[in-house]
Design a protein around this ligand. Structure first.
Ligand code: PGA
Ligand code: ZN
Length: 397
């Protein structure tokens, strides 16, 4: 039984305040978790309130319904209580940041009460022993860095790695190799919010650098490494089309461009290739290239089962990005993963551009047998999750 929930403001990786929750149980279990925060957020995401407002509202509306009332062993009850306390569809009363922090902290307290690692508590005894392939952000721009590529993320995908640890190290090597290649081209490269290189080069050049970097590291390590993209196309999109600076692409041109890049670079993964309202465009692209690459909906689906169901009905995409804070609770994230799995969509568990040291998503990925996790490549708030994956594989959490 939950004995207390306390909330505070802590720093995220961008230096902004975010919500952290501590949950204590009567039998001495303890869990702590913090909400991440997006920059290229989807229009249909649950609402992130200013942390002090979210904390005040959760203290008033949600905490009294949890303390002494709900068991951490029943995650669905915790999250149903949060929803009932909030009373809206999108957590606009207590904030998805308060909700997700409490939801994740309660799960950790539940695991601690049982003396189990979080992935085991969430996944249970019938969990498989698969590990997610980490997608590592190597070069990027968009909303995460100024004066860099239009495509938000160029992601290493070490699909042939024999273990999760080797995959994690491979991505870091690709990141390092990309830096050398940019140096050779005399391109200065600062880092974006997620630690990816943010060079002032064209998207076409970024494709070339990525191709060379993954080939060099694959040759060196002796297993296959591909790469992929998060286009984050909603951020480029307006009524005129998709703005690439020197050119505005129509929807048809965008579909042709992405399909051409998939074939030219053998892309493993393409996230948000089109606007978040364009189910039809997603379906068309999925028809064209969905047999040879993942077409993933992030801003399109926002971890929301009803938007995912619309996508399934339309044939839009073949995979879904899962960000617990987009929807506000672990239960909602689990429901989205379950619906995806039922319909043959791959789940990609994901960080946000604003992160903390919280490692919940590493456990969530392992618990749900997710085939991929997107949680960066370098920098402490990213390596926190990557190193936790290595520990989980080592059964050392
Ligand atoms: P965000 O970006 O966290 O800034 O929304 C990540 C993504 O688009 O996948
Ligand atoms: Zn995205």
């Amino acid at each position: 039984l939950i004995s207390s929930v306390s909330l505070r403001r802590v720093l995220d990786s961008r230096g902004n305040p975010t919500v952290e929750a501590d949950v204590l149980t009567e039998s001495g279990g303890f869990g702590r978790a913090a909400a991440p925060s997006g920059a290229s957020t989807g229009e249909y995401e649950a609402i992130e309130l200013p942390p002090s407002e979210a904390i005040a509202a959760a203290r008033r509306l949600a905490i009294p319904r949890l303390e002494g009332e709900v068991h951490t062993g029943d995650q669905r009850a915790v999250d149903t209580t949060l929803r009932a306390a909030d009373g809206t569809e999108n957590f606009s009363e207590i904030g998805a940041n308060s909700a997700v922090a409490i939801s994740m902290a309660a799960a950790k307290a539940g695991a601690d009460t049982l003396g189990l690692p979080l992935y085991q508590h969430l996944g249970g005894a019938f969990r498989g022993d698969n590990f997610p392939i980490p997608l590592g952000n190597v070069i990027g721009g968009g909303e995460h860095a100024k004066e860099a590529t239009h495509i938000q993320e160029f992601l290493a995908a070490p699909v042939g790695a024999p273990s999760v640890a080797e995959a994690v190290f491979a991505n870091a090597k690709v990141h390092g190799r990309a830096s050398e290649l940019l140096d050779e081209r005399d391109v200065p490269a600062a880092k974006g919010d997620e630690g990816a290189w943010a060079p002032p080069i064209s998207d076409a050049e970024a494709f070339e650098v990525m191709e060379e970097a993954v080939e060099d590291v694959a040759d060196d390590l002796g297993f296959e490494i591909k790469f992929g993209l998060d286009v984050a196309a909603s951020e480029l999109h307006s009524e005129e089309g998709y703005d690439f600076g020197d050119e505005v692409k129509s929807t048809a041109e965008m579909i042709a461009y992405i399909a051409e890049m998939v074939d030219e670079y053998d892309l493993a993964y393409v996230e948000d290739p089109l606007d978040e309202n364009d189910y039809e465009g997603f379906a068309e692209l999925t028809d064209e290239v969905g047999d040879r690459t993942l077409i993933c909906g992030d801003d399109l689906f926002v971890t929301n089962t009803s938007r995912l169901q619309d996508g399934i009905d339309a044939g839009a995409g073949n995979s879904i990005l899962i960000k617990p804070n987009q929807i506000g609770s672990l239960t909602d994230a689990f429901d989205a993963i379950e619906l995806a799995t039922e319909h043959g969509y791959d789940s990609v568990i994901s960080h946000r551009s604003g992160e903390t040291e919280d490692t919940t998503i590493a456990h969530l990925a392992v618990a749900t047998d997710a085939p991929f996790i997107k949680t960066g490549t370098v920098q402490g708030e990213r390596t926190a999750k990557l190193n936790e994956l290595i520990r989980i594989a080592d059964d050392a959490v």
